[in-house]
Design a protein around this ligand. Structure first.
Ligand code: IPD
Ligand code: CA
Ligand code: CA
Length: 267
């Protein structure tokens, strides 16, 4: 049986080291920015953080596999024959914010079992002075400014008309785009707070729905367990549950089906 408290302590150490690397480069004139083949930016901080995390994991958890945004690993970990635990790393979520000096970016670290269930997550956002974390069965927490962690729980809002929603942008919505715009006129409050932060605010109970129409596993894994352990639901826009779908929907649970019905109406 795996001791997830030990894995959490390792994930915090990885996040501490990641924070030191990212903060040294944030707003620094020495930051090196390249463009990836998919035309998105990547920095030497993204690559350095993922490299460091892989290096530590190879020493501390040599039996585990790793999937990371910058250096791959999906094929082996997601193969039907895989029987190992795997870590899922997004070294910097919100790279476009990071390179422009917007503080909404974070290192996302998750641990997944061989049944593809996310069982642990840490989201560390040092420029926001916050770190969120959870593991299965132990609840979700946030630590602000290094203070004693505060236990999180999702909101009690039950009607879409009373709900607050956060998203990233209008890119990638496809044939759901107009329905999403229509929903914004119906819902009480809408803000594009973006990236991991939308989902963490759902876990905190400050926002009721967070949605992004096109995501990868590393964008979602850590967020999913934190939202779920705070009492919410994390799934995709087709109604699937978990972090392995093509997009991400976090809710307080009570609004999950109503949002799915509204965004998929007429499909
Ligand atoms: C991005 C963020 C963002 C999402 C983009 C992702 P990155 O990740 O997760 O919320 O809308 O699709 O690419 O590239 O900054 O790690
Ligand atoms: Ca990301
Ligand atoms: Ca990234």
């Amino acid at each position: 049986m795996r001791d997830l408290a030990l894995d959490l302590s390792l994930a915090h150490r990885l996040a501490n080291a990641a924070d030191a690397l990212s903060m040294a480069k944030y707003r620094s004139s020495e930051l090196v920015i390249e463009t990836k083949p998919d035309l998105t930016p990547v920095t030497d901080a993204d690559k350095g953080i993922e490299f460091m995390i892989r290096d530590v994991l190879s020493q501390e958890r040599p039996l585990d596999l790793v999937i990371g945004e910058e250096f791959g690993g999906k094929e082996e970990a997601l193969a039907p024959t895989n029987t190992k635990y795997y870590w899922v790393i997004d070294p910097i979520d919100g790279t476009k914010n990071f390179v422009r000096g917007v503080p909404t970016w974070a290192t996302l670290i998750a641990l997944v079992n061989s049944e593809h269930e996310v069982i642990l997550g840490v989201v560390s956002a040092p420029a926001l002075y916050r770190r969120w974390f959870a593991y299965k069965g132990a609840g979700a927490f946030v630590s602000e400014n290094g203070d004693t962690p505060r236990k999180l729980s999702v909101s009690a809002v039950t009607k879409l008309d009373d709900a607050s929603i956060s998203y990233s942008d209008l890119i990638g919505w496809g044939d759901r785009r107009q329905k999403f715009i229509d929903l914004q006129e119906r819902i009480w409050r809408t803000r594009g707070l973006g990236d991991f932060w939308s989902h963490m605010l759902v876990a905190e109970g400050s926002v009721d729905i967070a949605v992004e129409p096109s995501l990868a596993l590393w964008d979602m894994a850590a967020n999913a367990i934190i939202v779920t352990e705070a009492g919410g639901v994390f799934g995709d826009l087709n109604g699937g549950l978990g972090a392995h779908g093509p997009n991400g929907l976090s809710t307080n649970g009570k609004l999950h089906q109503a949002f799915l019905d509204a965004i998929n109406a007429g499909k």
